[in-house]
Design a protein around this ligand. Structure first.
Ligand code: ACO
Length: 440
């Protein structure tokens, strides 16, 4: 394959090109520093490929998203979330037997060690469930510390997928002061989560099919998105050979921020703010455009998608159906639709290619499903688990894998003489302080 030529201070450097299976081209700069002493600088990493990966393909200009080659639209229509977990993590669609075996393991590992329940007693009632999820996923490494081979890894992968949903549901119950509801082996992965979230011991609870379908779709659409902030964090932490639970716990923290997975919570808070302020959504569109304000329309814009976010398209259609079926009449949805319409017709949003992203509609759906706002990002994390795990596994199985350690361009002070504390206030240093400094 051809090379790229870089002329640096008069010297020519030839850099190999790497071509992906979908024709994407990267300039391999791995040898650049050794041959030139220069590095590449790309704050925010918008132009930097951190790895080669065979898991997910995105074409942000064309609005394409594929898991292991399969279009997200087909997966969303045909697959279950557990099938998608298997596909992402093991690289192939499971056959019936493989899927049944995988689902059985997920079912039988969904209980938490009873001692872990005591952790919940230590959190204050208003504790954010993302903090609980991250801390408890990290704590799983204290119960399942083994890392001695592929079998251990596979078992820990199953434990993580199975127990994370139990932790998430228990953190919701803790916030309500209700008893924890244990998983039931007769239920599917998604049904079990809904059961643990919404059942109470005093009554029978049957998981409504519409909620199960919606949850399955939401989890699938969040399952992977290549090298985003949280997945890169999982790879960064995992590159030091930190264990699976520690690496995923770090990814959960990265996801929490409002510019990433935390945006779904912020969308609802923004819509509530507009509602409480009289519903004048145009005022907030104007505010988002005003460069003197730091207000942004949450749920709009994406680093990669500059056309449309295919996940948002699927969720938008589902949101209408689910809300109709549930008979939910939510004034926030009306504001959301108006906001979307205005923003899509406004030159500012058109010029900057700012479209509603997945978080814009997921928040509305979760709200309609009865999931409280501060659980939204936890729901995102549950969906993203298989993607994080797949990337962690791919990285750890790469024989050429190295610890991730970026460089920097230093812009601080050049060498200067150290000033002893006694001399820093501009006054003359007392004699007794000056003498002994550095004397030994
Ligand atoms: N509202 C108003 N203006 C916006 C918005 C927005 N939501 N998003 C971007 N812009 C503007 C920026 O001010 C900037 O304008 P400028 O060129 O005049 O300076 C321009 O559009 C480009 O924005 P950047 O912040 O440079 O784009 P970047 O790729 O770094 O950020 C991000 C992408 C973080 C998603 C951004 O669009 C944003 O903050 N959106 C709101 C938060 C959100 O919805 N996050 C969820 C993302 S999806 C996910 O993580 C699953």
């Amino acid at each position: 394959m051809s090379t790229a030529k870089l002329i640096l201070k008069g010297t020519e450097h030839e850099l190999p090109l790497v071509e992906g299976s979908e024709g994407e081209i990267g300039i391999d700069v791995a040898s650049l520093r050794a041959t030139s002493t220069a590095i590449t600088l790309d704050p925010g990493y918008g132009n930097t490929g951190s790895c080669q990966s065979a898991i997910t393909f995105i074409d942000g200009e064309k609005g394409i998203l594929r898991y292991r080659g399969y279009p997200i639209e087909d997966i969303a229509k045909e697959a279950s979330f557990t099938e998608v977990c298997y596909l992402l993590i093991y690289g192939k669609l499971p056959d019936r037997q493989e899927l049944a075996g995988f689902e059985e393991k997920l079912t039988y590992h969904s209980l938490l060690h009873e001692d872990m329940k005591k952790f919940f007693e230590g959190y204050p009632p208003g504790a954010h469930p993302m903090a609980i999820l991250s801390a408890m996923v990290g704590s799983l490494s204290t119960y399942y510390p083994a890392w001695s081979g592929a079998e251990d890894v596979d078992l820990n992968i199953v434990r993580l997928l199975a127990k994370a949903k139990t932790i998430a549901a228990f953190s919701h119950k803790k916030s309500l002061g209700q008893p924890f509801i244990y998983p039931r082996n007769a239920l599917s992965y998604t049904q079990n989560f809904l059961h643990m979230m919404f059942a109470v011991p005093a009554e029978d609870y049957e998981v409504p099919a519409v909620l199960d379908r919606a949850l399955n779709l939401l989890l699938i659409l969040h399952a992977d998105h290549e090298q985003n902030c949280s997945t890169s964090t999982v790879r960064m932490v995992g590159s030091s050979q930190a264990n699976l639970f520690a690496s995923i716990s770090a990814g959960i923290c990265a996801l929490w921020g409002p510019l990433h997975g935390g945006a779904n919570q912020k969308v609802i808070e923004m819509l509530e703010r507009i509602r409480d302020d009289g519903g004048d959504y145009r005022k907030y569109v104007a505010l988002a455009k005003d460069k003197t304000s730091d207000f942004r329309l949450m749920g709009f814009g994406h680093r990669v998608y500059k056309n449309f976010d295919p996940r948002a398209t699927l969720l938008r259609a589902a949101a209408g159906e689910v809300l109709d079926e549930l008979g939910v009449d939510d004034p926030l949805l009306e504001i959301a639709k108006n906001l979307e319409q205005v923003a899509l017709e406004d030159d500012y949003f058109i010029d900057k290619k700012l479209y509603p992203n997945v978080d814009f509609y997921s928040g509305i759906l979760y709200r309609a499903m009865g999931i409280p706002t501060d659980m939204f990002t936890v729901m995102f994390a549950l969906g993203r688990l298989p993607g994080w795990i797949a990337h962690w596994k791919e990285m750890r199985e790469d024989p050429k894998g190295r610890i991730n350690r970026p460089r920097q361009i230093y812009v601080g002070a050049t060498r200067r003489s150290f000033v002893p504390l006694a001399m820093r206030d501009g006054g003359k240093a007392p004699e007794e302080v000056l003498e002994p400094v550095g004397a030994w």
